[in-house]
Design a protein around this ligand. Structure first.
Ligand code: GLA
Length: 655
């Protein structure tokens, strides 16, 4: 080449480069970006942490005997959102289960969405399967979602590799981001000014015991209340709507009608008092101190919670239990633990238990307390070991209406791991509570050991925790789906308990610090509350009662949602259809209608179809959106609806 020509072509080249640069197409010179070079902290994993260029257990990446230098080792369930901004043209990878697991349970499905459209599905892949190739055209795409799910058989050994995963980039580089932000959206309509009586329609009590019940009603105050057929052993305060007195001495059903009246109108609601042996004929509703106050809990916190239950309006929807969790008794070095008569002593933060329950009762609410069958409660405070009778009697005398009985340190005193030993401490307390002269809802807490749902009713438990602590587990969905399996055991007075509702301002159970605003999206919070309602789970909120915002209250206080939870038939909803992307849960209701939750567990909005066949119904049905409290229309064979990412469509279907 002649020198001059070289020079001019160089000048020409630079000019072209500059033109291109100014026209912002310089990156047309394609480059590759490895997935492993992105911020992998944005990739969620069901176990461990996503690894760059290694398997999840930090071995060389290997699928079906083929090893790879580059890629990302992950673990199902895993999700990663990547912003592409139309700068990426292609994504290629090999996918499969890493060879560091040979377990037969290792099975996963890889899925990819580009701008909310499914663009790849590996089908189920098991350990030792040959790698599958991914090659996706991404021209013009703005967002990519990489997903690995557990293929429906649990997450054990689900080590999943994105081997040699890379992007061809011609513009802006891909960036790992969080899931799309979601604005709070309020679905629950504001209560009307006219009275509306809420809460349970059936209520269990034992003969002759003290009774307190505040008629839950929304509507403008002042409001006046009356009750037809109120047993003579009870009286109603006309202005507050608080019923006090004693349950009738005679067993039987007492059919009371509650009435409320204000300047805008009137309302009535049946209230059947069942005087017998079983309490909590509908799932208990209230608040518990654990997930916000932990070891800091004080008498003042409990009073503030009771105040807030009234002032926020929660009590107008049926929330009534104000429950102290652990940390009210003495700690190891704070002797004496008991007085000279062996009566347990509260610590300095609870100067007067009588005064505390009086305060809670003065508002028409009920009070709850906590102890363990072991010598020490889970947080190291004194428990009731070998003092069961004296403690329960004192709790009743103090005026508590609810007891959470938490296994904690009892393990060291159980002779072996037989059912007899698991049942023993709970049977003992059940027997004692049956005979104290106060209705105390009995909440078994032993994390589901020895299938407590099979025997919780035999020890007179009203509700039993079916899993470990929700606050220590990966999500409400994991806990909820586990709890859902035991639907056959729930019935009036006997409820599976998947733990508290952790929304609003709530503490982190690991750190036990002050509360922070929940990280759950608004749609997830609707899922949570819908699922708990369908499962007839106790509705016990455990966030900050002094920081209840409009959104949190809209989730906690929707009377149509709560009516489904409190339905007198007392059935727990069951899952009738489940895929990796959604599940449908349905609950039979007393009036013959069905509550149906259509839960989207995927990363994108889905259109989901519910066939009447799946619900075991026929003919024309009216579908009502319970969150919005609005009829959607009539349908004759099926109902199809768009459900937001990780959201729910909650409907009531009736003929
Ligand atoms: C256990 C229970 C929790 C809570 C703590 C208190 O972990 O499962 O609900 O009561 O103890 O220490």
């Amino acid at each position: 080449m002649k020198r001059g020509l070289f020079k001019s072509s160089m000048i020409y080249g630079i000019t072209l480069l500059m033109v291109c640069f100014q026209g912002r197409i310089v990156a047309k010179t394609n480059s590759s970006v490895w997935l492993s070079s992105l911020d992998l902290s944005k990739m969620t994993t069901g176990w461990g942490k996503a690894q760059a260029d290694k398997s999840i257990t930090q071995q060389k990446l290997s699928i079906g005997g083929v090893t790879y230098e580059k890629g990302v080792g992950s673990h199902a369930p895993s999700v990663m959102h990547i912003k592409l901004n139309k700068g990426t043209t292609r994504f290629t990878s090999f996918v499969g289960v890493d060879d560091d697991t040979e377990h037969p349970n290792a099975s996963v499905v890889f899925k990819i969405y580009a701008d909310n459209k499914a663009v790849f599905n590996s089908g189920v892949m098991k350990a030792s399967d040959a790698p599958k190739k991914v090659d996706i055209d991404l021209k013009g795409a703005k967002r990519l979602i990489l997903i690995v799910n557990a293929a429906g058989d649990g997450i054990s050994y689900d080590h999943a590799d994105w081997a040699m995963a890379k992007f061809e980039v011609s513009g802006t580089k891909p960036v790992a981001v969080g899931p799309p932000a979601e604005k709070e959206y309020i679905l629950t309509p504001k209560p009307k000014p006219a009275p509306k009586i809420n809460g349970p329609k059936v209520f269990g009590t034992r003969p002759g015991n003290p009774f307190i019940y505040r008629i839950p009603a929304t509507g403008k105050r002042p409001m006046t209340f009356s009750a037809e057929n109120l047993p003579p052993s009870m009286s109603l305060d006309v202005n507050s709507g608080i019923i006090t007195g004693h349950s009738p001495a005679k067993r039987g059903d007492y059919k009371i009608t509650l009435n409320a009246k204000n300047a805008s109108g009137t309302d009535s609601r049946p209230f059947k008092l069942v005087v017998g042996d079983t309490l909590a004929l509908t799932p208990p509703m209230g608040w518990n101190s654990w997930y916000i106050h932990y070891h800091r809990v004080t008498d003042a916190d409990m009073r503030a919670a009771a105040d807030a239950m009234i002032d926020s309006g929660m009590a107008d929807y049926g929330y009534m239990y104000v429950n102290i969790d652990d940390c009210w008794s003495k700690k190891k070095n704070d002797t004496p633990y008991r007085d000279e008569c062996e009566a347990i002593l509260p610590n300095a933060k609870f100067p007067d238990m009588y005064a505390l329950t009086d305060y809670i009762h003065s508002k028409g609410l009920r009070a709850g307390i906590y102890t363990s069958p072991g010598p020490w409660n889970c947080a190291g405070y004194v428990g009731s070991f070998q003092h069961e009778q004296i403690d329960a009697q004192l709790f009743a005398e103090w005026g508590f209406d609810f007891l959470k009985y938490d296994w904690c340190s009892y393990g060291g005193h159980a002779v072996d791991r037989s059912r007899y030993e698991y049942v023993k401490p709970y049977a003992l307390m059940g027997e004692i509570l049956r005979n104290v002269s106060r209705d105390m809802v009995y909440n078994l807490c032993q994390y589901g050991m020895d299938s407590v749902w099979q025997w919780g009713a035999d020890v007179d438990g009203n509700c039993w925790r079916t899993t470990g602590d929700l606050g220590l587990m990966s999500s409400y969905l994991e806990v909820g789906l586990s709890n859902a399996r035991h639907y056959e055991y729930a019935k009036p007075g006997r409820w599976n308990d998947p733990d508290y509702i952790l929304i609003g301002w709530v503490g982190n159970a690991h750190a036990q610090g002050e509360g922070v605003k929940t990280k759950l999206t608004p749609s997830q919070q609707y899922q949570y509350m819908s699922m708990w309602s369908l499962m007839a789970a106790p509705l016990i909120f455990s966030g900050d009662m002094t920081k209840l915002d409009d959104f949190t209250l809209n989730v906690l206080c929707n009377h149509e949602v709560i009516d489904i939870n409190q339905d007198p038939l007392g059935k727990q909803g069951r899952i009738v259809e489940q895929t990796d992307e959604y599940f449908i849960m349905t609950k039979d209701l007393e009036d013959g209608s069905k509550a149906v939750g259509i839960f989207n567990t995927s990363e994108v909005e889905l259109s989901i179809n519910v066939a009447w066949k799946t619900l075991d119904i026929q003919g024309t049905q009216t579908v009502r959106d319970v969150w919005r409290q609005k009829d959607i229309g009539t349908f004759s064979k099926e109902y199809q609806t768009n459900v937001p990412r990780r959201g729910v469509s909650f409907v009531r279907i009736s003929q």
